[in-house]
Design a protein around this ligand. Sequence first.
Ligand code: ZN
Length: 270
Amino acid sequence: MTGKLGLLILSLTLCLCTGCAVNPITGEEELMFISENQDIEIGQKYAPEIEKQLGGKIDNPSLQNYIDSVGQRIARISHKPNWEFHFTAVEHKMVNAVALPGGHVFVTKGMLEKLTTEAQLAALLAHEIVHITARHSSAAISREMGLSFVLFGLSAAAGANIPQDAARAAALALQLIGLKYSREQERMADVAGLDYMVVAGYNPYGAVELMQMLEDQDKVRPVEFLSSHPSPENRIISLNARIQTRYADSEGLRIGKNAYRSAVLDHLPN
Ligand SMILES: [Zn+2]
């Protein structure tokens, strides 16, 4: 009991200190009830549950290492190079990717099957990394799930061995998977994600190809990834415009078609 009360008081103290946070990408102050330490706590507590809800980890260490190495390469040049990032491929068939506060990124098998190059994977991971470094998911939790999640959700998940707590943890994990970002946050994730991938050495047209693939897929069947994202047409136009003004000379930057095929596609039997 005293432990829980202690956590509550600690959380309240942290919240009072961190009601506002400066966004590292825009430099603007924004309302934030979650501290960076709580980001990490949320990530650690919910990553296993989210992994489970997304069908579990794909059982292939070399594929996992490859996904993680591409992600780490981008994370190291991001605005938070010292944060601990984790990139995990999960079995879910839906075309989706999920970013969790504290540095956890999940990519579904459904998504991996539709990509054809390492640069496209880099574009996807860079976009998700921005959602984490700009703390969009933390802001969305503050907005959609509220302060009560921060105060009580974490301690509830810690006791997930009790059946009703396990059910609650699963429900909270599903809520985290379904967090919605604003149009402005998506625009920022596209723009800063493009910059991240180029600085990490990837050909920026991978981002345009990714968006085109998502748009095509969405016509066949609604793409889960796009349900929280604005329609792709305008995003393709603005991505192309930014590439032409800033990265016109993308010669020599990595595309990695063969690498992606042998590291990922060859290991995903249809
Ligand atoms: Zn996004």
